[in-house]
Ligand binder design. Structure first.
Ligand code: CIR
Length: 265
């Protein structure tokens, strides 16, 4: 295992949002399509924040064929010494895995592939300093976990299966890792007992979407509009940067899903 596996990163991969993002999948009750122009501005600010946090960012061109392809976290898992091409659980997103191959070949010597029949979305994977947690969801199933677990164990990691609460899209929609052993999560996730053994910080009531934060090196990226969360994390000693993700939220996206973050050897 690597020190600070959970948040010690050097590189990231992002993909610009397409015009077709307005057709992205959603359960969201917001009832609005994202505006691709505003989305592009928010995405550009997000990429700048990753760079300011110390990351070298590979920025991929948009894919009109895949409306949700801006959410690059879901088709892959990037670890310090290997990348794993996953099998996204939504049919319209299946081809996104293949789409990531060229950049992964540039960035990694060791690329593994889930061959199925199971499914795993990257949004259901939380890498802590000591293990890789995988939440079962509507997009991630047991067969997918089993295949992923075999792959990561073969590279020296530990994997553990958990249950994402039923109405939560992805495991990391409602939780994020703040340090090697500290998780920031909604009351629902904490009550479900999935973070036993971890120190937990509960998302302030009414600010549940802020649970999808991203720790990168010395900073924590937060969605703007959640002042209680910002104050709480600052009280815990974290340096926070707030970013608008209003357009991504209209298609159930947030901060973590718009990048693949990893540490290059
Ligand atoms: C989807 O439903 O797949 C996209 N509209 C949103 C994906 C968000 N990804 C994530 O939370 N990891």
């Amino acid at each position: 295992m690597y020190p600070d596996l959970a948040f010690g990163f050097t590189n990231a991969i992002c993909r610009k949002p397409s015009i077709s993002v307005k057709n992205g999948l959603r359960d969201s009750q917001l009832g609005l399509d994202p505006d691709p122009v505003v989305f592009a501005d928010e995405h550009s600010a997000y990429v700048s924040a990753l760079k300011n946090a110390g990351l070298t960012v590979k920025l991929l061109e948009p894919s009109e064929q895949y409306p949700d392809s801006v959410f690059v976290e879901d088709p892959c898992l990037c670890l310090p010494d290997c990348a794993i091409v996953l099998r996204p659980g939504a049919l319209s997103r299946a081809g996104e895995a293949e789409l990531m191959n060229p950049v992964l070949v540039e960035e990694f010597d060791d690329i593994l592939h889930l061959s199925g029949p199971g499914f795993v979305d990257g949004g259901d994977i939380m890498v802590t300093n000591s293990e890789i947690l995988v939440g079962l969801s509507a997009r991630t199933d047991k067969a997918g976990f089993q295949e992923l677990a075999e792959l990561v164990v073969s590279r020296g990691y530990r994997a553990r299966l958990l249950q994402t609460p039923k109405d939560v899209l992805h495991f990391k929609t409602a939780s994020s890792i703040l340090s090697g052993e500290t998780v920031f999560a909604t009351r629902q996730m904490i009550k479900a007992g999935v973070f036993e053994g971890y120190k937990t910080i509960e998302v302030p009531e009414g600010e549940e979407p802020a649970a999808n934060a991203v720790r990168i090196n010395d900073i924590v990226l937060l969605s703007s509009g959640y002042p209680k969360t910002r104050d709480l994390l600052q009280e815990h000693g974290f340096t926070t940067i707030s970013l608008s993700v209003g357009e991504a939220a209209k298609v159930d996206g947030g901060l973590s899903c718009m990048s693949l973050r990893y540490r290059k050897k």
